[in-house]
Design a protein around this ligand. Sequence first.
Ligand code: NAD
Length: 475
Amino acid sequence: MYTELSLFIDGKWLNGAGRKGEDVINPATGKALGALPHASKADLDAALEAAQKGFLVWKAMSAYDRSKILRKAADLLRERAERVATVQTLEQGKAFGESRIEVLTSADIIDWYAEEGRRAYGRIVPGRQKGVRQIVLQEPVGVVAAFTPWNFPTLTPVRKIAGALAAGCSIIIKASEETPGGCFELVKCFADAGVPAGVLNLVFGVPAEVSEHLIPSPLVKKISFTGSIPVGKHLAGLAAKGMKKATMELGGHSPVVVFADADPEKAADTIAAFKYRNAGQVCISPTRFYVQEASYSKFVARFTEYAKNIKLGDGLEKGTTMGPLANPRRLDAMESFVNDAKDRGGKIAAGGSRHGNQGFFFQPTVITDVPDDAKVMTEEPFGPLAPIVPFKTFDEVVERANALPFGLAAYAFTSSGATATAIGDAIQSGMVGVNSVAISTPETPFGGIKESGYGSEGGIEGLTAYMNTKFISQG
Ligand code: NAD
């Protein structure tokens, strides 16, 4: 059911022969699914050379022809959706229905970029003197090196691959070694759609060794990373040394503000479903819940009921609504968050501990009465934990919501138009969902501020991220 993993360099699939590697583990069972080869230094050099050669071929092709190939890749991914979603659930753990949506959304993202690549417009600026034509052009930056984490094996790589290819760049992607199959299947779709050799290369290895080899190469002109803040800061530093463009999609700690004029039960149903998606291992997952006093008990009761009704199990089993955590590191992290919260007076309204005796399962958890300086309120939990606390006034909740050094996503619920506008303006965050959780679509920019990173993926911003602006003054 899983897949035969390999590297993809210069249009060739390279298996494990003579290479180091590691096993990929099914988080629902703790057992090995398959063997992943690591790229050697010579493989990485081959990928760099291939990407440079591929860039020249791809850049020379018209945006129209590139678009046709990208559209074909999207169609292939849709045709293969059931299989790719199965591979993803096996390696990452998320419920199959979520995997399927992820794969289909990934195909939509390719389509969006396929179209948008044909609209990489420049402009003509009126000159100060007669006969002078001032032309502003958008050109692809060149070879891109991209690094993606384990929580969205297809969706995160596709944002980088489709953005780079639509702009006319080539790319070397190092996807997650823990969940490599989704990106492997995705790359296959692009290869089968006719992307020329060298334009798209897939490597795996020891993450620090691969990034420290690729980023300083003079052939690489742009870095894109999704992952944790400490690693993002390190890679941004490496990029800065070579004055290279970088997009950094890092962690957050998303506040949810529920005002008393919102329907507390409707808000609880909406945001609880969003909270436990992928067992909370989502960078825009809601992670700190502030509920205005008058609605607090109703909201907590409904949210807790939702958490208790979640069916925890193997993501491939029918009826499962939440799968295991992706790796044992997350289990240890959850226990540490919960113990710290309890030590500080927090009460466990639902869950709070591991589940079962195989795999990496942790119960959907609700914590109340926890102070603002508890670990779960200040560090990104990246798991199925929902701390819920009351607040009194608008100004107080804005101050508490903005108190952390992160700014990726935020959510608010209110029935007042004036409050909706005011909270949207007041929250320091790259994305704000007001009475909505739809903040991640192919057509809209996705990215954070403060320590959550810089740059956006998606929308027109996701294309310009891979382009240089050139000005030509023609007399
Ligand atoms: P980690 O910091 O070890 O790794 C995060 C990701 O970066 C992984 O995919 C890893 O392979 C990669 N990575 C690590 N060192 C690297 C390097 N030197 N060069 C290139 N890539 C490197 O943490 P983890 O245990 O995998 O995850 C823990 C935390 O990471 C989570 O709590 C969460 O805050 C964050 N995270 C964020 C996202 C996101 O979508 N923004 C995704 C996954 C993890």
